[in-house]
Write a protein that binds this ligand. Structure first.
Ligand SMILES: [Zn+2]
Length: 312
């Protein structure tokens, strides 16, 4: 894919800001976790939801997620370094995850929908297992790459709410949202749409970072998930359960164990750079290993499987 030369930071700076109360309980007071002007990340005193306020305005923030997001020169702060280059790592990650979740997965050819499918790595893994696959993505170049590379038919360009009318209702055996729910301004609305398109015995799969994790508490403001432009929410087990409940779901599995990822040595070195001088110095020698992939699980993300209430 041709690299997109847009300066993402400048583009983000052109978007308007807004102040918001806690999405779940409406309070405005809480512990300040990060001050990163003009952004502030708070931990709500009422319910424990982490959220960014001021943040990029909710009705414009989706403008960030074009092809440049997946080819970011500042991936430690924003986006993905190079999705195409790391495609093998994504495929390995999803194969490992699916093997671990086998008992909870629908049987092929049950249709699968992924919201935020990027270049189609998860859909490829599910397609190889015999499923009919559907994907939704904002970055049209990524979607085109998935279409060309794998020949998928059911790829939709836009936000979940924009394309919802084009989706069959009560049909999907799985709706997957990996690293998506923390980006969307109205996550309950997204989950309500997921509820409408899922079959009654279908499973919702979510992965998102855990603001209550020990890793976050140890790293403080240097935690690698504090990416203020894009991560506007930081959930924990209690708050993600509350969100799911509002959309008619209940969690049947919530674990950090299978939430790890294959990452390149180059990325580890980049992330260490953010954490501090000593980690940067210690990790510098592995940079030369480049695209050698290792499985890492810092236990600071949650993998959640949920079913419709009354169906669990
Ligand atoms: Zn709250």
């Amino acid at each position: 894919m041709t690299p997109v030369m847009t300066d993402l930071t400048q583009r983000a700076a052109d978007l308007p800001l807004e102040e918001v109360p806690c999405y779940l309980c409406g309070r405005i007071d809480g512990e300040v976790l990060v001050e990163d002007p003009p952004f502030i990340v708070k931990l709500c005193a009422g319910c424990g939801l982490g959220y960014t306020s001021p943040r990029l305005r909710g009705d414009r923030i989706h403008e960030l997620y074009d092809d440049g997001y997946f080819n970011s020169e500042r991936a430690e702060d924003f986006g993905y370094a190079d999705y195409e280059l790391d495609l093998d790592a994504y495929l390995k990650t999803f194969r490992r995850k699916l093997n671990a979740l086998e008992a909870h997965c629908p049987k092929p050819p049950s249709p699968i929908l992924e919201v935020g499918c990027a270049g189609g790595a998860f859909l490829k893994v599910m397609s190889d297992r015999g499923h009919e696959v559907w994907g939704i993505e904002l970055a049209d170049g990524m979607l085109e790459a998935a279409r060309t590379r794998y020949g998928f038919e059911h790829l939709l360009h836009g936000r979940f709410d924009e394309v919802a009318d084009a989706l069959p209702k009560h049909r999907f055996g799985m709706v997957a949202m990996f690293d998506v729910i923390e980006h969307v301004p109205d996550p309950a609305r997204e989950l309500t749409i997921a509820h409408q398109v899922l079959a009654d015995d279908g499973v919702l799969v979510i992965q998102t970072q855990d603001v209550s994790s020990r890793t976050r508490k140890i790293l403080g403001r240097r935690w690698h998930h504090f990416k203020q432009l894009e991560h506007i929410y930081h959930f924990c087990p209690d708050t993600i359960r509350e969100l799911l409940s509002r959309a008619g779901f209940e969690a049947v599995l919530l674990t950090r164990r299978h939430a790890g990822k294959y990452v390149s040595c180059a990325e580890i070195a980049d992330r260490a750079h953010r954490v501090g001088r000593l980690p940067r110095w210690l990790c510098a020698p592995i940079r030369w290993m480049g695209r050698t992939y290792v499985y890492l699980n810092p236990l600071d993300e949650m993998l959640i499987l949920a079913r419709k209430k009354g169906m669990a």
